[in-house]
Design a protein around this ligand. Structure first.
Ligand SMILES: NC(=O)c1ccc[n+]([C@@H]2O[C@H](COP(=O)([O-])OP(=O)(O)OC[C@H]3O[C@@H](n4cnc5c(N)ncnc54)[C@H](OP(=O)(O)O)[C@@H]3O)[C@@H](O)[C@H]2O)c1
Length: 356
């Protein structure tokens, strides 16, 4: 009985704190929802006010089932872009797309299945997209996981690394020809301040084929940081090898989204979690740096947009480190294959071969 009494409030509080903004669970009354939203709004009120530069553009947003990706897709649909939602959940994909179509009046919102933890799914996604569209004006690489339970993917790669980086590497490489067909294309990489917590040397010594077993929160942040740092090095590679494509990295800041569903499970962390819930951005606010990256007129390729929408200079990483990472990534993803109709297959193959 005593155990029951202790257990009920604990579970109820944990459940309540676990609800990310935008949760439609009827158990959270609209009054309390509004109060909590208002308290968050007091601390975060930055919004992109750029002129619409995405109307009639073809845009893919990965990880658009929830959080920042969903808010980005909503903004794109409102602004009249053709939006491809790309994520894993087959079952809700069509419903999410229909919801965006009906709430914005934009009929050009589509769902295409994409699982970044499966290289064959990435290839199928690109194949399907290329059948439908002649060009890609913007690719928003937004999907990611954090604090994921230890696992290797079916491709035998550590799950966080493949979802957040290696899958993104393959997807971007395979779509590059479509991106380059557009006269003013952009590739946006959603990064995180966590990339600053690790070094290029850490990344080069990391073997994603080994199952790491992070035990502390700091271990998880490090593993996540490695995947995000790899994104930065890859972005530099794209800037150097694909002139004409505007590459932008963004930091959304601390945003209350389902990405935290694997974290904060112990009772001792609940107060921290409550603090985060109250003071973190909503998904809509967190999407502003991505929206800015898609619409801002005066960004140079390789620049980084902070969560306050300040455009920061390009960080330059060691060229040898970039080359080694790209070569290793090409090897792990078996890119390019003969069947990959890259923009210039001979050039891409020579570039990666040199690094091996
Ligand atoms: N929230 C923050 O505080 C924060 C801070 C810094 C950076 N970020 C970055 O912001 C981006 C968006 O995150 P979020 O906070 O909005 O999280 P989120 O709501 O959990 O969204 C992540 C999205 O990624 C998708 N995804 C996960 N694994 C996938 C896979 N294997 N294949 C395809 N899609 C997959 C999820 O779709 P499923 O439904 O298929 O799982 C979901 O749509 C991420 O890059 C994250 O690193 C977030």
């Amino acid at each position: 009985m005593i155990a029951m009494r202790a257990c009920v409030p604990r579970a109820a509080i944990a459940w309540w704190i676990a609800q990310p903004p935008g949760s439609t669970d009827p158990r959270l009354g609209s009054g309390s929802k509004k109060t909590l939203e208002a308290s968050r709004r007091l601390t975060n009120s930055i919004a992109c006010r750029c002129q619409n530069r995405v109307r009639e553009k073809v845009v893919i947003v990965t990880g658009s089932s929830s959080g920042i990706g969903h808010s980005t897709a909503l903004d794109l649909a409102r602004k009249g872009a053709t939006v491809y939602l790309a994520f894993r959940k087959h079952k809700i994909g069509e419903a999410v797309a229909e919801n965006l179509r009906s709430s914005t009046g934009n009929r050009s919102v589509y769902f295409l299945h994409l699982d970044l933890t499966d290289f064959s799914s990435i290839r199928s996604f690109v194949h399907e997209f290329s059948k439908r569209e002649q060009r890609l004006d913007a690719l928003v690489n937004n999907a990611a996981v954090f604090h994921h339970p230890p696992a290797l993917t079916g491709d035998q790669i550590e799950v966080t690394y493949q979802t957040n980086y290696l899958g993104v590497f393959l997807l971007t490489q395979l779509l590059l020809k479509d991106v380059q067909r557009s006269p003013a294309s952009r590739i946006v990489f959603v990064s995180s301040a966590a990339h600053k917590l690790v070094s290029e040397q850490d990344l080069l010594h990391y073997d994603p084929r080994e199952l790491s077993k992070p035990t502390t929160f700091a271990d998880h942040v490090r593993s996540y940081g490695l995947s995000k740092l790899a994104i930065h090095l890859f972005a530099q590679y794209i800037v150097e090898t694909a002139p004409g494509v505007l590459v932008v990295l963004v930091d959304p800041g601390n945003v209350w989204t389902p990405i935290y569903r694997h974290s904060w499970q112990s009772w001792s962390e609940i107060l921290t979690r409550l603090k985060c819930f109250l003071f973190m951005k909503s998904a809509q606010e967190g999407a502003q740096s991505t929206i800015h990256a898609l619409n801002a007129p005066d960004i140079k390729s390789g620049q980084y947009i902070s969560s306050c929408l300040e455009v920061e200079g390009t960080q330059s990483y060691d060229t040898t480190a970039v080359q080694r990472l790209i070569a290793h990534s090409a090897q792990l993803t078996a890119f390019p294959r003969h069947s990959d109709t890259t923009n210039d297959p001979s050039q891409t193959r020579n570039k990666t071969d040199n690094f091996l």
